[in-house]
Design a protein around this ligand. Structure first.
Ligand code: DAT
Length: 153
């Protein structure tokens, strides 16, 4: 199987709302494998680097404030097609447009209202993985999941 890895983060609102297990379980039940996880409060500087591709957008500052405002659960998931399918599990960026059955469709109402409490649930960007994990490849854990032979045949 062609194994891919993708970076997934649960932002402060998701952590504070107690959605860690709910979100992890959707990836886990699908058959993907968790190969790295940590909880961090990112610095503003880190947030700006993480989202540098959005630096021209009007919401950039609020987004970075928000990401660095509290605990973030950073993960790397591994599996066949996980980059593209992980996005499907998460749903469209705007929860008003994400389908029921997706994480954002089921668990979020509005895209970032960054001035106060945001209800943005999570973000995924494969191109951001390098910043978060690229220099840390050795921190990824290699193991054979018991479920693999049932998931992949
Ligand atoms: P995603 O989080 O689905 O990967 P993205 O990388 O394009 O989407 O955007 C990162 C975050 O920026 C997203 O989670 C919420 C915020 N954002 C994106 N578009 C926005 C918009 N039009 N208004 C407000 N916030 C927005």
């Amino acid at each position: 199987a062609e194994m891919e890895r993708t970076f997934i983060a649960i932002k402060p609102d998701g952590v504070q709302r107690g959605l860690i297990s709910e979100i992890i379980s959707r990836f886990e039940r699908k058959g993907y494998k968790l190969v790295a996880v940590k909880i961090v409060i990112p610095s503003k500087d880190f947030a700006q680097k993480h989202y540098h591709d959005l630096s021209e957008r009007p919401f950039f500052n609020g987004l970075c404030e928000f990401l660095s405002s509290g605990p973030v659960l950073a993960m790397v998931w591994e599996g066949e097609g996980v980059i593209k399918y992980g996005r499907k599990l998460i749903g469209a960026t705007d929860p008003q447009k994400s389908e029921p059955g997706t994480i954002r469709g089921d668990l979020a109402v509005v895209v970032g209202r960054y001035k106060h409490h945001s209800t943005e649930v999570m973000a995924l960007r494969q191109r951001r993985m390098r910043l978060n994990c690229g220099s840390n490849q050795r921190k990824l854990v290699n193991y054979t999941s018991n479920a693999e032979k049932w998931v992949y045949g």
